[in-house]
Design a protein around this ligand. Structure first.
Ligand code: 5GP
Length: 139
């Protein structure tokens, strides 16, 4: 399986389509999922091409995990969360829909189930959540 540079997240990285940015550094970009399965659901991706966990380099994984660690802690503060669910799907059979490596960060609250997939969120709320995570990162 090869990397398709026309995937949605590659377009987001090239700013060809908009996204609600949470954080970025030299190697990674974090932005909100537009179909959030919990409040604050965001995605961490490497800036370099990579399809999924199967072709990821140690450097791409290390960079993504460092960002996941930062953003997950910011989410705990921003949403007064009780925990974090980290998800990664590889290939269609593994549940992957967008073929650029990404890690889902879902802030979780005790006893609250995740919402079903595939439902578009409220854009104003998603924007506010991105700002709340960014503010917690800056604090
Ligand atoms: P996967 O199943 O590949 O791990 O998940 C892909 C995720 O990308 C889904 O959670 C879906 O809601 C999200 N997604 C799909 N299209 C877009 C988009 O255009 N922008 C953003 N920000 N997220 C998207």
């Amino acid at each position: 399986m090869s990397y398709d540079p026309e995937n949605i997240f590659a377009k987001i990285l090239r700013a060809e389509i908009p996204s609600f940015k949470v954080y970025e550094d030299e190697d990674t970009y974090c932005f909100m999922d537009i179909m959030p399965r919990s409040d604050g659901h965001c995605l961490v991706i490497p800036k370099t091409p990579c399809r999924n966990i199967l072709d990821a380099s140690p450097a791409q994984l290390a960079a993504c995990m460092a960002t996941v660690n930062k953003v997950a802690n910011a989410c705990m503060k921003a949403f007064d969360a009780d925990g974090i669910t980290l998800q990664q799907y590889s290939e269609a059979a593994g549940g992957q829909e967008v073929f650029h490596l990404h890690f889902h960060i879902l802030p979780r609250h005790e006893g609250v189930a995740t919402r079903p997939p595939g439902k578009m969120g409220d854009m104003d709320q998603i924007k506010a959540h991105a700002e709340a995570i960014a503010a917690a990162l800056a604090a």
